[in-house]
Design a protein around this ligand. Structure first.
Ligand code: ADP
Length: 633
């Protein structure tokens, strides 16, 4: 039979390097990973055979784990769905998850300790075999076919594929253990009792029997016989009383059940016996999945009926803004053979979903109130989901109401997170609106020339540093009847007497400079709607603000990055009449509106205003030339 040599996809190779060079401190978890793959394969078979009767037979689903000290191997096998040759290539040779690239990038830039944490969030599933093995063989036969294939690799750049024989469907994985895992050192993965202990520790809740061979005394003296025993209890954790379950058991459960690599941040164990009876065991992971906001992220809960697994990734329970919540629902009120289509219509699913959503929000409000640090940790990972949730709920006032008190924003007060309620609470009585400003991060906002005045007046500004923030705040429109007012929008003004006085003075100056403003506008061109004088600047010479409705400059950038370049902000260029450059502008203007130096100064000021907003002027080289000229004059 011919052997074909194939290369791992480049990203897989890099990930494998990481695994082989073992930044995992916990070497044991390979077993949990491979057993849970086996368990998934058994699930898939069971579900397929509901519709494809040819697959159904009377063999009992089972997973076998066989350590062998003689051959220095450990073998994990299942009689599940198996894989075709093509599936082996696409499932085992490549990593399809989007976000992998970003993840590897981040990993490269991080320190060893941070890398450890990062990789924990990613999870490498099958590849974890290479933590302990220097050669892995996988023999698999897809259910319903009669050909089998053998995959072999040492975890370096290549793997081999060859056709082979296998009596029945399913997958066998043989790990050729590295010497340090055969008893010379701390670990002995060839020892039956050691492996039994690990199966109990990491895979006790797996819902299929995990069997092992044990040597027992035979009837005759000194004669051993082999006894097959099921090692895991298979008892679903969620059927036990909450008070009897330890936090460690919950943590272990989520790791096993959901392929999580670290203990969750928050756990919800809900039992209900109302109109619909159900138990739900949900969690919020510690970290957001790298692809959480990519289209290939699959949200959803596992669904069970009377403890029997029905389907994975059932999306109909929780709203999209809770896409990061993981876990399962077990309800005797849902039939075993329910299809995804029927689920979508199911009243029971709606009732359960609503109750779970309410429960999660309640628990999060409580966390916000009682454990601010933990809530902020949660917020850093998943806050974006809520903000997108508000944005998507444009016409759902009720949802906005239930989310708005859970939102956090950094503010100019101390750069720390604040709820909107806390901000409003601190507002001086004279302040009518909630001031906010958008920028790429808090230091970019702090440097906006418009911030100077607010700082001087001691007014707090809500920072909108995530591209979604402005959209969210736009949809909310107001909080506690206080409207949001961006300090970079057209009609921003302060209400205090001092500000009103300055405003009146500026209006006076503007009246006598109508021609100048008109000619500046002509020199700058049609990308700006208006050129006017401003009272919102202190030491800054110019700023760019945007029209009241429609996108802001940063929203425009977001749209452009989503290939929607037609959404443009309305730009208004504002000049500070109290700045020296304004005198210069007047003097040059006196030489005539077509004077080249006047026109150059106008376009340079506009280009600078764009730069302040983080927008690249159309012709940066031209700007550079003009500024260099000015510097050498
Ligand atoms: P994950 O399980 O997170 O998808 P893995 O790297 O562990 O990632 O596995 C990749 C894929 O290989 C699985 O999604 C599955 O399709 C396939 N696979 C792995 N182990 C088995 C097995 N024992 N039987 C059938 N398919 C398997």
């Amino acid at each position: 039979m011919s052997v074909e040599k194939l290369q791992f996809q480049a990203e897989t190779k890099r990930l494998l390097d990481l695994v082989v060079n073992s930044i995992y401190t916990n070497k044991e978890i390979f077993l949990r990973e491979l057993i849970s793959n086996a368990s998934d394969a058994l699930d898939k078979l069971r579900i397929e055979s509901l519709t494809n009767k040819a697959l159904a037979d009377d063999s009992e689903p089972e997973i076998f784990v066989v350590p062998d000290a003689n051959t220095k191997t450990i073998t994990i096998s299942d009689n599940g769905i198996g894989m075709t040759r093509d599936e082996v290539i696409s499932n085992i040779g490549t990593i399809a998850k989007s976000g992998t690239k970003d993840f590897l990038e981040k990993l490269r830039e991080s320190t060893a300790a941070a890398a450890q944490e990062l990789i924990g969030q990613f999870g490498v599933g099958f590849y974890s075999a290479f933590i302990v093995a220097d050669k892995v063989e996988l023999i698999t036969r897809k259910a319903g076919t009669d050909s089998a294939v053998k995959w072999t690799s040492d975890g370096a750049g290549e793997y081999e594929l060859e056709d082979c024989d296998k009596d029945s469907r399913g997958t066998i994985i043989i790990l050729h253990l590295k010497p340090e895992f055969c008893g010379d050192d701390e670990y002995n993965f060839t020892d039956v009792y050691e492996i039994e202990r690990l199966v109990k520790k990491y895979s006790d809740f797996v819902r299929y029997p995990i069997k092992m061979n044990f040597e027992v005394k035979g009837k005759e003296e000194d004669s051993p016989t082999i006894e097959i025993r099921t090692v895991n209890s298979m008892k679903p954790l969620w059927t036990r009383a909450k008070s009897e379950i330890t936090r460690e058991e919950y943590d272990e459960f989520f790791k096993q059940q959901l392929h999580e690599w670290e203990a969750p941040q928050e756990i919800f164990h809900v039992k209900a016996e109302g109109t619909v009876e159900y138990t739900a065991l949900l969690c919020i992971p510690k970290h957001a999945a790298p692809n959480l906001y990519y289209s290939d992220y699959e949200a959803g809960l596992q669904l069970y009926s009377r403890h029997v697994f029905i389907m994975d990734k059932c999306k109909d329970f929780l709203p999209d803004y809770l896409r990061f919540v993981k876990g399962l629902v077990d309800s005797p009120d849902l039939p075993l053979n329910i299809s995804r289509e029927i689920l979508q219509q199911s009243v029971e699913v709606k009732v359960i979903g609503k109750a779970l959503e309410k429960n999660i929000l309640k628990q999060l409000s409580k966390m916000l109130r009682d454990d601010r640090d933990q809530y902020e940790e949660f917020w850093r990972e998943f806050g974006k989901s809520f903000k997108i949730g508000v944005y998507n709920s444009m016409f759902d006032k009720k949802l906005q109401d239930s989310l708005k008190d859970l939102l956090l924003f950094q503010t100019s007060r101390d750069g720390k997170f604040s709820t909107l309620a806390e901000y409003v609470e601190r507002m001086p009585e004279s302040q009518k609106k909630i001031y906010c400003a958008a920028g790429k991060d808090s230091s970019a906002i702090e440097r906006l020339p418009q911030m100077e005045l607010l700082r001087e007046r001691g007014l707090e500004v809500v920072y909108m540093t995530d591209p979604v923030d402005e959209f969210t705040i736009d949809v909310l429109n107001a909080y506690a009847e206080k409207e949001f007012q961006s300090i970079t929008r057209e009609n921003f003004e302060l209400d205090d007497a001092e500000s009103q006085k300055v405003k009146a003075e500026v209006e006076e100056i503007a009246k006598s400079h109508e021609d100048l403003l008109k000619d500046v506008k002509a020199a700058v061109g049609d990308t700006v709607k208006e050129v006017r004088l401003t009272s919102r600047l202190k030491s800054g010479a110019v700023c760019l603000v945007t029209g009241e409705g429609g996108p802001s400059l940063s929203m425009e950038k977001t749209f452009a990055s989503m290939n929607n370049p037609m959404f443009k902000a309305t730009q208004i260029l504002e000049l500070n009449p109290n700045h020296a450059v304004f005198n210069k502008l007047e003097n040059l203007h006196a030489l005539g509106k077509d004077n080249q130096s006047f026109k150059d100064l106008c376009t340079t000021l506009y280009a600078l205003a764009l730069l302040i907003e983080g927008v690249m002027p159309e012709n940066p080289a031209d700007l550079a030339n003009k500024v260099t000229d000015l510097l050498t004059k």
